[in-house]
Design a protein around this ligand. Structure first.
Ligand code: BGC
Length: 448
């Protein structure tokens, strides 16, 4: 019933979603700063200018993490705070902010887990083509090296990229996320340079670092809606596009065959030497799991020609995602089966729900989110029981924050944020999670 000794109990955030003050202390603008300031791009024109004001309130936020019993905290570094132009001169005041944050975490006994890139590319690099420019692997490795030198003495766990699939699908193929392009031809090129950049940063870490480095991907298990050959083929395509597009190159050194069919004439031939760069041994894999997809053939859903089928009677979150915890166990087992028995972390897992904008009598009750966490933590425990080397769990998110183009009314936090006053209130899900942590999982009880 208990989780293994040393299991990390964490929560996650990302820089642009919580920090605010995006241009403070010499920072350069990111593509998200630009995108959110472009009319029509985000819900109600909302931006990350203030967000959770974590840039100024980080010390109290860390104290709150400590009071909940968190033993780890995953956050990202804003590349443009360190290199305002993306490359070239280092901005010491940007490093100083993360230096203070890391020290505060360590003083409170919380292990820092740092992600180098969580979508906020420096705008100056986007001006040079961003992820479409092959030189970006070198820029990213230089940025990574600077940060490793500054913090590897205190940070034991590093991730190169957060969810490269979302960057390419949302940022380059369909366009709801920055930089907002819509191009079938750009998407595989951006994906490839993201992967090369990951490989280059891992190489840089082997020269500079002494702990662990990995990558964070979002996995969405695909289940066929029927056993028809069309649905089975659509399920395989959807799985290749979303789940194997990034993991196969990293672990196996090749792209899934299905991608050629999906991208057609837009699929480029990539040099074999690139695949060697991408396939660097890594120390762990971070998995972000939110939901599964029951998949059927659909000619209108391009380019994959696969769509999701809603499951009658199943609960859905406010972002329209099915709550289905067994798929978390299955995806962890699938990763071990396909890519081998490396250490895994659940680096994000959580749910957006309707929460009151203000606490009622000082409390925020969120029973559906409690249900979501309980079922998914049990599913994680089941994977461990079946032999998966799962080393930690990070709830998304530590607090309500800027949900990208959806703005502030999609609340994912275990801590409620009143965006008018910046007051933090732990929701009942945070108190539930604190109990789980205190009992090392025992309070989860047996599966129902
Ligand atoms: C991302 C987060 C995001 C969350 C909820 C993940 O895809 O890493 O930045 O807020 O999902 O949508």
């Amino acid at each position: 019933m208990r989780f293994p000794a040393g299991f990390l109990w964490g929560a996650s955030t990302s820089a642009y979603q919580i920090e605010g003050s995006p241009l403070a202390d010499g920072a350069g603008p990111s593509i998200w700063h630009r995108f959110s300031h472009t009319p029509g791009r985000t819900a109600n024109g909302e931006t990350g200018d203030i967000a959770c004001d974590h840039y100024n309130r980080y010390a109290a936020d860390v104290d709150l993490m400590h009071s909940l019993g968190l033993t780890a905290y995953r956050f990202s570094i804003a590349w443009g705070r360190i290199f305002p132009e993306g490359k070239g001169a280092v901005n010491q005041r940007g490093l100083d902010f993360y230096d203070r944050l890391i020290d505060r975490l360590l003083e409170r006994g919380i292990t820092p887990s740092v992600t180098l890139f969580h979508w906020d590319l420096p705008a100056a690099l986007d001006d040079r083509g961003g992820w479409l420019n092959p030189d970006i692997a070198g820029w990213f490795a230089d940025y990574a090296t600077t940060v490793f030198r500054a913090f590897d003495d205190r940070v034991p766990m590093w991730a190169t990229l957060n969810e490269p699939w979302v960057v390419t699908d949302g940022g380059y193929l369909h366009g709801p996320l920055a930089p907002g392009h819509r191009s079938l031809f750009e998407a595989p090129i951006a994906a490839h340079h993201l992967l090369r950049s990951h490989g280059a940063a891992v190489q840089a870490y082997r020269a500079e670092g002494h702990h662990q480095i990995g990558i964070v991907v979002n996995l969405e298990p695909k289940y066929p809606a029927s056993s028809s050959p069309e649905d089975l083929a659509a399920t395989a395509r959807a799985d290749a596009y979303m789940n194997r597009q990034f993991l196969d190159p990293v672990f196996l050194g090749s792209y899934p065959e299905e991608l050629r069919g999906i991208f057609g004439e837009a699929w480029p031939e990539f040099p074999a030497a690139d695949m060697d760069l991408i396939r660097q041994p890594i120390d762990f894999l971070g998995i972000n799991y939110y939901f599964r997809s029951v998949t059927q053939h659909d000619d209108d859903k391009l380019p994959v020609r696969a769509g999701a089928v809603r499951q009658p009677g199943h609960p859905y979150t406010e972002t329209g995602w099915e709550m289905y915890a067994p798929a978390l166990t299955q995806v962890l087992l699938w990763v071990r089966e396909r890519y081998g028995p490396l250490p895994l972390y659940i680096t994000e897992n959580g749910a957006a729900m309707y929460d009151p904008p203000k606490p009622l009598d000082g409390r925020v009750e969120d029973p559906l989110r409690v249900y979501y966490f309980r079922e998914h933590l049990r599913a994680a425990r089941e994977a461990i029981r079946q032999g998966v080397d799962l080393r930690g769990y990070f709830a998304w998110s530590f607090m309500d924050n800027y949900e990208w183009s959806l703005g502030y009314d999609r609340r994912f936090g275990i801590v409620h944020v009143d965006f008018e006053t910046q007051q933090r209130t732990p929701k009942s899900s945070a108190l539930f999670y604190a109990d789980v942590i205190r009992s090392h999982g025992e309070s989860l009880g047996a599966a129902t």
